[in-house]
Design a protein around this ligand. Structure first.
Ligand code: ATP
Ligand code: MG
Length: 298
């Protein structure tokens, strides 16, 4: 690529996770702003992880609802730096925190859901399974665009029926068949339905203003959470919460415990909660949400 690591000034840290640190950077020769994700690649295992993330980004980052990869640069001490389009309004997780638990209203939520579904539809058409759909991996910008990010645990499905089940991703958003393939229709597990589960739980969280599967304020009990996902009733918005019938139904189609009963991305795009919207009205609804979410931080 024509970019050189030394041409970028680090302005601030946008986030860090298992994969590496993400900086807001300025490309000095052009004054253009980007996000730069520096992936550790010092040892063979992290080198494999970094290579997979880069492979998926190269294959899949050409869609308006997937964060665009603008280049991959060698970084000091053998690390890999991935240059990404800057999503200047951050992730949906931080947006929810800025709203201090105020649920996201339907109009904006359906715009978010629709754009995320378009991104997933594109990824799944390329046989890419994301495997880590959650609020902190959905990014927004001031144009009102919502994009899928973070292919740190993504997977390219090489065979039609790939039976490989592996335990990666954040377990809080993991589907029943990921935990327990034998009893939840995981025999033909290919992972696509797992992305739908993650999206359903994400939309549910945004619509309720809190993560639905753990009691607020308590230290998470991961074993109890995993038990509830596998053996409890499917997650549903409680009757005591205000939520439209369309939102309740959308979430329930995503959160069917049997992977085969769960709706596919194509089916969900026709659901009344998201259907019949064009891209620009989805983006407008998200821009209104951003305006409505700055007030709380003061
Ligand atoms: P985790 O392990 O927590 O999932 P990660 O190390 O895999 O994280 P990312 O999810 O790619 O890394 O990025 C971490 C955070 O950095 C995101 O949640 C987001 O807040 C921020 N971030 C990542 N990419 C961008 C971008 N292109 N524009 C703006 N912010 C970004
Ligand atoms: Mg992430």
């Amino acid at each position: 690529s024509e970019h050189h690591f030394s041409d970028f000034d680090k302005l601030e840290v946008l986030g860090h996770g298992n994969g590496g640190i993400v900086y807001k950077v300025c490309h000095r020769p052009t004054a253009a702003l980007y996000a730069l994700k520096v992936l550790h690649a010092g040892d063979p295992q992290s080198r494999r992880h970094a290579a997979r993330e880069v492979e998926i980004l190269r294959r899949a980052a050409d869609h308006p609802s997937v964060v665009h990869c603008c280049g991959v640069l060698p970084a000091p001490s053998g690390d890999v730096a991935v240059l990404l389009e800057l999503m200047d309004s951050g992730c949906l997780d931080s947006l929810l925190r800025r709203r201090r638990g105020r649920p996201i209203p339907d109009r904006a939520l359906s715009g978010i859901a629709r754009q995320a579904l378009l991104g997933l539809s594109y990824l799944h058409s390329l046989q890419v399974v994301h495997r880590d759909i959650k609020p902190s991996n959905l990014l927004i910008n001031t144009a009102g665009e919502v994009k899928i990010a973070d292919f740190g645990v993504g997977k390219i499905v090489r065979r039609a029926l790939d039976k490989c089940v592996s335990y990666v991703g954040t377990c809080a958003y993991m589907s029943p068949e990921r935990f327990d393939p034998a009893t939840h229709g995981g025999a033909g597990y290919d992972g696509y339905a797992g992305d739908v589960w993650g999206l359903g739980l994400t939309i549910m969280e945004l619509g309720m203003g809190r993560f639905p599967l753990l009691p607020a304020g308590e230290r998470p009990d991961w074993a109890a959470l995993m038990w509830a996902i596998c053996f409890g009733e499917p997650p549903a918005i409680p009757d005591s919460d205000e939520a439209s019938p369309e939102l309740r139904d959308f979430v329930s189609r995503c959160l069917q415990k049997e992977a085969e009963k769960r709706w596919t991305v194509a089916q969900l795009l026709e659901h009344p909660f998201v259907a019949g919207k064009d891209r620009s009205s989805s983006e407008l609804a998200v821009r209104e949400l951003l305006l409505d979410s700055v007030c709380d931080s003061s």
